[in-house]
Design a protein around this ligand. Structure first.
Ligand code: NAP
Length: 350
């Protein structure tokens, strides 16, 4: 089997922790001897064991006293450079050195300043053969949320909306009218389990009274973020229920009331998207879905502060309404979700 095969296996394992490890990256590790996987593991949850110790433990669990000897002849595959620093757990590079692995094959070098080549250096200094850059682009895309936070000092930003076949986004008078179907809703709930936070504007919070939870898919709820300058969203609205933490960006107060956090900002009408992105970065929020309305979405689009857009287009047309935002990224994929077409764009505008 090729290096690519085992790095792909690392990604498959790592993906099992989608939504559970932020602000860490998703990492899987596979230990191979003579073409056989003798142990594998992944980073399950933020603050818990990393992929490498989990895989090494699996070797010990399977082979007992023999494990120490097997590891000395084995190759460890890992989609991200083993860490070199003490974080919530000890350095993984030290563990690989301790067990004297023969070879380590890596997907991406870790851009985090505490690692950034230092893990590779530790391994090489200990006489371990190191190969890195296997499926580099694929691994980077896989951990795009982590790379964006570290390299751009902001969360990975996903814009999401639904529009009619003739490009309408909302009714003119603001009353709620569903555009996409039941399957699209379920998929959107799955997406919510995968990201740290979800953001809406005041009008959407008032007019649609959304819950912004992942109730139609197993998994965690994202942190709910609402832009409400003058605190006008009624406290009886769903976003104030106890299902999830909610942060209200406003100009009136900073306060914490149970799960409701109020964050006061100055001059919100200037550079709002930039301010929100930086505030979320400071809070270690690694990814956010912006779900509208058009006003808020357009502010992220106009400042080019977005990475991905997921747009459902229904098969129905309306006679009038509010136009949906214009998108000019590169179309990555289109899928049919029930009666709706899903278009996924990536932002390739510098
Ligand atoms: N098709 C879809 O996927 C979809 C998704 C979500 C919502 N919707 C629909 O969209 C409609 C609401 O959209 P919308 O565009 O009218 O409203 P919105 O984006 O939800 O909220 C806009 C409001 O946010 C506040 N705001 C915006 N920029 C701000 C800034 N820089 N600083 C401070 N406050 C700021 C303003 O309120 P103040 O200045 O008055 O405080 C503004 O009126 C609803 O009808 C809803 O059903 C459709």
């Amino acid at each position: 089997m090729s290096d690519e095969f085992y790095i792909n296996r690392c990604l498959d394992l790592a993906a099992l922790a989608m939504g559970n490890v932020s602000p860490n990256p998703m990492v899987g590790c596979v230990i191979v001897l003579d073409g056989k996987i003798i142990g594998e593991g992944y980073h399950h949850e933020y603050g818990k064991a990393h992929a490498e110790p989990t895989a090494i433990k699996a070797v010990f669990d399977a082979y007992g006293n023999e494990a120490e000897n097997l590891l000395k002849q084995a190759t460890a595959y890992v989609n991200l450079e083993p860490c070199a620093h003490f974080g919530k757990t000890p350095p993984c590079a030290d563990l690989l050195v301790k067990h004297r692995l023969k070879k380590v094959v890596i997907g991406n070098r870790d851009p985090f300043s505490g690692v950034d080549g230092k893990g590779i250096e530790k391994l090489k200094n200990a006489g371990i053969e190191v190969v890195s850059g296997i499926l580099d682009d694929k691994c980077r895309y896989f951990n795009r949320r982590f790379f964006t936070r570290i390299q751009k000092q902001r969360p990975y930003i996903i814009l999401k909306w639904a529009e009619t076949a003739n490009g309408y986004f909302a009714t003119k008078d603001g009353h709620q009218k569903w555009i996409s179907g039941a399957l699209a809703k379920r998929l959107a709930h799955r997406w919510r389990t995968e990201e740290d936070a979800i953001l809406i504007g005041k009008q959407t919070a008032i007019m649609d009274n959304p819950q912004l939870t992942s109730r139609e898919w197993p998994g965690k709820n994202p942190i709910r973020l609402v832009i409400d300058k003058n605190l006008q969203v009624p406290l009886s609205n769903h976003i104030f229920n106890t299902e999830a933490k909610t942060i209200i960006f406003n100009e009136i107060k900073t306060d914490v009331v149970g799960d409701i956090h109020y964050i006061q900002m100055e001059d919100m009408h200037f550079y709002l998207a930039q301010k929100i992105a930086f505030q979320l970065y400071l809070m270690d929020v690694q990814s956010v879905i912006v779900e509208g309305g058009a006003n808020i979405l357009n502010q992220f689009l106009n400042t080019n502060l977005w990475d991905e857009a997921r747009i459902f287009t229904s098969s129905t047309s309306w006679s009038d309404g509010v136009s949906s935002p214009n998108i000019n990224g590169s179309l990555q994929e289109t899928l049919q979700i029930g009666n709706d077409k899903l278009s996924i764009y990536l932002n390739n505008i510098e």
